[in-house]
Write a protein that binds this ligand. Structure first.
Ligand code: ATP
Ligand code: VIB
Length: 277
């Protein structure tokens, strides 16, 4: 039987990483509130891509995240590898700043059928191929991908399904979401930063799934939109195993630097009732 796919959150922290030299991180900055984790992830990323208006977020929000350092110095230090998209959202002053700093800015406005995120993922995939980097060694984190406009958020979740072979993670507004691809997978959340609440949601249609490591596990359970989907679940082990006949979206609450979610929303769960929530 094929080995289960491992979905690790080690990329969230230096300490969590297994330190393998082969591990590579790429970040794509999107046009929504960036998580507080952005500077830490940026520092470890080999590729830093701004999707169109994501460049505005970098320009405006990074200086606010690093108080005590002059805004101009932060901007000069945090230069992206490239800015890509249809360039209808990047502000003129921001475009002029990065152009003057020598950042390549690529206009893909001819393509009005794919989103700026999709365009940026294609770029990262091509770079990985050119550098003979194995996809299993690469984690691509889309920052500012959840929350805000629902059509954008749904599109970002849809994009997860277009890249089941890629470790693609969406972060935003205090949430982390990634694909639990059809078949078997072992999820290793960083429980210092993630959970306890989580969900396993079939976005593509009906799924039959089995899990362990959750408070309310699935046992050859049929799920579908409009019927049962596993939300408001709780992570109860360091490893969550999932087997499903269809792709699922795995989603966790992200604390401390995940961006958004500053109010209490039941972080400390009550004692198990044994009944489904
Ligand atoms: N409110 C939002 N919530 C979640 N993601 C967003 C939001 N706004 C933008 N994004 C993401 O940032 C990317 C860049 O957004 P931007 O505003 O620059 O362009 P857009 O023209 O609105 O989007 P696109 O051209 O991709 O349809 C989008 O492709 C999307 O993935
Ligand atoms: C059926 C269909 N629906 C919506 C769009 C619009 N659209 C989707 S991605 C994109 C690019 C945005 O940068 C635009 C305009 C389309 N083309 N086809």
């Amino acid at each position: 039987m094929a080995e289960p796919r491992v979905l690790s959150s080690a990329f969230l922290s230096d300490k969590g990483s297994n330190g393998a030299a082969s591990e590579q991180l790429a970040v794509v900055l999107l046009n929504w509130t960036l998580p507080e984790l952005t500077p830490a992830l940026w520092a470890r990323a080999k590729l830093r891509v701004c999707a169109d208006g994501g460049a505005n977020r970098l320009f405006d929000e990074l200086p606010r995240m690093l108080p005590g350092v002059e805004a101009a110095a932060v901007r000069a230090q945090y230069l992206p590898t490239i800015i890509k998209g249809d360039l209808d959202s990047i502000r003129l002053d921001v475009r002029a700043f990065y152009q003057a700093a020598g950042v390549p800015i690529v206009d893909l406005s001819d393509d009005q059928d794919s989103t700026d995120l999709q365009k940026c993922i294609e770029y990262v995939r091509r770079q990985a191929e050119e550098q003979s980097l194995r996809l299993c060694d690469l984690t691509l984190v889309a920052l500012g991908a959840l929350g805000g406009r629902l059509d954008h958020t749904l599109s970002n979740l849809s994009t997860l399904h277009a890249h089941p072979d890629l470790n693609l993670v969406l972060l935003g507004d205090g949430n982390l979401s990634r694909l639990a691809p059809a078949g078997r997978c072992v999820i290793r959340p960083d429980r210092r930063l993630e959970g306890p609440t989580c969900g396993l949601v079939p976005c593509t249609g009906p799924a039959v799934a089995t899990s362990s490591g959750l408070r309310w596990n699935l046992d050859r359970t049929a799920m579908h939109f409009g019927g049962l989907v596993s939300t408001s679940n709780i992570i109860e082990a360091d490893e969550v195993a999932v087997e499903s006949d269809a792709h699922l979206v795995w989603t966790t609450k992200l604390r401390g630097g995940g961006g958004g979610g500053t109010h209490s929303d039941g972080e400390e769960p009550r004692a198990a009732s044994g009944a489904a929530p």
